[in-house]
Design a protein around this ligand. Sequence first.
Ligand SMILES: Nc1ncnc2c1ncn2[C@@H]1O[C@H](COP(=O)(O)OP(=O)(O)OP(=O)(O)O)[C@@H](O)[C@H]1O
Ligand SMILES: [Mg+2]
Ligand SMILES: [Zn+2]
Length: 252
Amino acid sequence: MPSTTDSVHVCGFCGKPLEFKELPKLFGMQDKDKDGNDKPFGFYQDCKCADAVKYRQECEKAEEATRKEEERKDFYKRLKCAGIKKRYEKATHELEPENTQKVLEGKSLYICGEFGTGKTHLASAIARKLIWKRKRVRMLTGIDITMMLQATYGSSESEADVLARLAKMPILIIDDIGKEPPSDWVLSRLFAVINARYDEMLPTIITTNYEKSALVERMGKHGDHDTAEAMVSRICEMCELIKLTGNDRRLA
Ligand SMILES: Nc1ncnc2c1ncn2[C@@H]1O[C@H](COP(=O)(O)OP(=O)(O)OP(=O)(O)O)[C@@H](O)[C@H]1O
Ligand SMILES: [Mg+2]
Ligand SMILES: [Zn+2]
C-alpha cells in the first residue's frame, strides 16, 4: 500500500490520511515503482469529514449551475437561429402541449384569428418546445420569405436554393401568411413551398388573420385565382385548424 503520510494524500480539511482503496489489477497491467516493486492499483478515497463533504457538495452544486446556465444560453441561441423573436422567446400557451404533440406526429397547423389574439405567441410556444427537443425548426413571416427571395437577385444563392431550403426544412412556421403584399410573384413562390411540403408531408405551421376562403381571395387578388385555390386546398388537407378568439391582447 502507498504511504498515507504523504502530504498529497491527506485531507486538506481535517488532515487525516486518505484511505487507499486497492482494486484487482487488470490482466496485463504492470505498474512498477522506482525500485522495481509492483505498484498497487487503486485510488485514494475522498475524506468523509463534514468540511470535505460540504466542499464537495458545493462544488457539485456550482458545476450543476454552470451546466444549466450553458444549456440555457445554448437554448436561447438556438431560438434566435430558428427565427423566434425576442418578444416571444419565453412564450408559453395552454394550447401548446397538445399541438406540439400533433406536430411531432407529423401534422400541420393553421392558426387563425383576429389581430392580437395570440397566433404568433402560440406558434412560438410550440416552436420553443420543439427546439428544446432539438427538432429543426424555422419560423419566418410571409414578408421575410418575400424579402429572402428578393435578396437572391445579384447574390450567389439562387431563388431556387432558398425555395428548396424552405421546402425541405423539417418543421417550417410561416407567420402571418397573407400579410405580404399580394402579387402573382409571391403567390407562385409560396405555392411552390407549400406544394413541396404537402408532397413530402412535412409539418408546417401557418398563422394568419385570414380564414381559408378569405386567404384564397387575398392571395388571388393580384395573382392567379386557381393557384391561390390550389394552395389553400393543400393547406386544408394538411392542417388542423386552431381558431383563436377574444380581444386584441395588445389593447388590453
Ligand atoms: N396566451 C398568452 N399569454 C401571454 N401573453 C400572450 C398570450 N397570447 C398572446 N400574448 C401576448 O399578446 C400580444 C399579442 O399576441 P400575438 O403577437 O401573438 O398576436 P397575433 O395574433 O399574432 O397578432 P397579429 O395578427 O397582429 O400578428 C403579444 O405581446 C403576446 O406575447
Ligand atoms: Mg402575429
Ligand atoms: Zn477530512
